[in-house]
Design a protein around this ligand. Structure first.
Ligand SMILES: [Zn+2]
Length: 191
């Protein structure tokens, strides 16, 4: 089984369950982090037009509050990640902005999701040291998406009733609008 096949997708119920807080960063936790990196990069290598931006541990079916985020969103050759353990949003700031999001656990669907433009984050790094970050723009969006995963929320839950916010990625890497009633509302895999 290749690493990307460890990624769970909807309708797996675990994606809508809350993950456990990590009490101690031990070998088991570090092993999960290694598997998360492998799965994300292996997924990316199988896709033509997409970047594996980030992953939460629940997405490889480990119900622990761990998030990994790519160091550089513009440079695919940089395959390093930052690690956030027990991440929390301590403050949401700025206006609400709608922009596109995809998810490795929701196959081929993209959505326009409203998020806060700025957030403040508190977490531990893999050495157990507290880190505090002020993020804005796309990074703030990524944090909100991933921390949602640790709380059992997927991005489509924020736009459930929005008819015009769902898209599909085509073979050229462009996003085409999806028919809401057929592809989304009646799609029992998603809800
Ligand atoms: Zn996701």
């Amino acid at each position: 089984m290749s690493a990307k096949d460890t990624i769970i997708t909807l309708p797996n119920k675990h994606l809508r369950e809350s993950s456990q807080k990590i009490a101690k960063i031990d070998k088991v936790v570090l092993d999960v982090i290694g598997k998360m990196k492998q799965a994300t990069l292996d997924w990316e290598d199988s896709r033509k037009h997409e970047l594996g931006v980030a992953l939460a541990a629940v997405q490889i079916d480990h119900m622990q509050r761990i998030v990994i985020i790519r160091d550089n969103f513009d440079d695919k050759s940089n395959r390093n990640f930052q690690i956030f353990i027990n991440p929390e949003i301590t403050k949401k700031e700025g206006e609400i902005v709608e922009d596109f999001e995809g998810c490795l656990s929701i196959k081929d669907v993209y959505g326009k999701v409203p998020r806060h433009f700025k957030v403040r984050i508190k977490a531990l790094n893999e050495k157990g040291q507290e880190v505090r970050i002020k993020a804005e723009g796309f990074l703030a969006r990524v944090f909100q998406h991933e921390i949602d995963h640790t709380n059992g929320i997927v991005y489509i839950d924020h736009i459930k009733n929005k008819r015009d916010n769902f898209y599909h990625i085509n073979d050229d890497g462009k996003l085409d609008p999806l028919d809401y009633d057929e592809s989304i509302k009646k799609n029992s895999l998603l809800w």
